[in-house]
Design a protein around this ligand. Structure first.
Ligand code: AMP
Ligand code: GLY
Length: 402
């Protein structure tokens, strides 16, 4: 079959890399793609629109990577013209598109989450800042690429944060403690197929310090949560979410990503994303053993390799604030694992250069987590560009479970 992937980041490179291994895929297109993706798929510019691109290529199946196209309604558009596409409708994508919608939905359906209050203006925000004590979590309402959340240690920091977040609706939320887990399922409206749990590293610096980013690395080793915990997440979070969305008249289809805090009182939802995670997908696709098309088209259960996988993000100078681009990247041919491209472009002197915040997702595996970590950092050490930033502790929390 002919398959189209929408997007051009590290997540889409990993999806395309996995799809390219399927004997069922006779042609693979990615729009817009990137120089790394061009190694395993045909990149098309798609300037005429996603649906038009899919139609002109005669595509049988489309997989959407980024949230923006989902929130813009690409799934509704494809379905209206009878084309198969994996993702939620525009209405269902509000679970990610609006923090206020998703918070109200969680409360209505009694899914465990942090206590919160939604406010519409600055005066009300100031009034409710201390409602849950400190530290307090402040979340902007719209899409913010993982950067619309500020954790403030005290009132002074919280007041300062109010000046930095976009104006308008804001969610003020109780601070939860525990380990974070990314739990992603593929849903068909009624049923859900769970992927293996992964763990992201949201902040820029080692030891979970520094500002929040889109994600600086992830790993997947089959030990992040137990079978019992996975079953409990399905029962207390995923099932009620799918049922709740049916009750609201907007059944959820596509990948649903629950960002969870494993608290002493059980898993609680920090956020929903209406798509696969980035960089979680790089670790997931590296470890997947079965044919992704069998799962997407026929609902086959996913099989996983026993070897854990680890993805380390290498980011550009200035990320997550003002990013510098145009730094030449060296060493890519010497890597042994998979280097998924995100913010890269063809360089002036051949080769590739930086073109965005998160530049590369260096991904490797090994027979156990310590070796997977050693292997990925061996590849990271082979890559060089001016201003590169990466964490040196990706997967470290997982070592306690080995
Ligand atoms: P979100 O975009 O809602 O996932 O928030 C981004 C990151 O902020 C999360 O991955 C957590 O690390 C942190 N965070 C969000 N909400 C909370 C909370 N209620 N308690 C503690 N940390 C949080
Ligand atoms: N890695 C977090 C996300 O994709 O939202």
């Amino acid at each position: 079959m002919k398959v189209l992937v929408i997007g051009g980041g590290g997540r889409e490179h990993a999806i395309a890399w996995r799809l390219a291994k399927s004997p069922r895929v006779e042609a693979l297109y990615v729009t817009p793609g990137n120089p790394g993706i061009a190694d395993c798929a045909t990149c098309v510019d798609g300037a005429g629109g996603w649906l038009e691109t899919a139609a002109s290529l005669g595509v049988d199946l489309t997989v959407v990577g980024p949230e923006a196209s989902l929130v813009a309604g690409v799934v509704d558009e494809f379905r209206a013209s009878g084309r198969k596409i994996i993702g939620p409708t525009k209405a269902a994508a509000q679970l990610e598109g609006s923090k206020a919608f998703s918070k109200a939905f969680l409360e209505r359906t009694r899914i465990p989450t942090a206590a919160a209050v939604t406010v519409d203006d600055l005066e009300l925000a100031k009034k409710h800042l201390g409602d849950f004590g400190y530290p307090v979590v402040l979340k902007a309402d719209g899409l913010a690429a993982g950067k619309g959340v500020i954790i403030a240690a005290n009132e002074a920091e919280a007041l300062d944060a109010l000046t930095k977040l976009p104006r308008g609706r804001l969610v003020i939320e109780e601070f939860l403690t525990g380990e974070e887990v990314s739990f992603i399922v593929l849903a068909d409206g009624e049923r859900a197929w769970a992927l293996e749990a992964t763990q992201d590293h949201k902040t820029l610096l080692d030891g979970d310090l520094g500002p929040n980013t889109g994600g600086m690395g992830a790993y997947c080793d089959g030990r992040i949560i137990s079978r019992t915990q996975a079953a409990s997440i399905m029962e207390t979070v995923i099932r009620p979410t799918l049922d709740g969305m049916i009750a609201e008249g907007i059944p959820y289809t596509g990948f649903l990503y629950a960002g969870l805090m494993m608290t002493a009182a059980g898993p609680k939802v920090l956020e929903f994303n209406c798509r696969l995670g980035d960089p979680e997908t790089q670790a997931l696709m590296h470890r997947m053993d079965s044919d992704l098309v069998d799962t997407l088209v026929d609902g086959a259960e996913v099989r996983w390799k026993t070897d854990p996988s680890v993805c380390v993000v290498m980011a550009a100078h200035g990320y997550p604030a003002q990013v510098r681009t145009g730094d030449p990247i060296e060493g890519l041919p010497y890597c042994e694992g998979s280097v998924f491209h995100a913010g890269t472009r063809a360089g002036a002197l051949g080769g590739v250069e930086t073109a965005g915040g998160r530049v590369l997702g260096v991904t490797a595996s090994g027979p156990d987590l310590p070796s997977a970590i050693a292997n990925v950092y061996r590849d990271v050490a082979r890559i060089r560009f001016d201003g590169m930033q990466f964490r040196t502790d990706i997967g470290k929390k997982g070592l306690a479970r080995w």
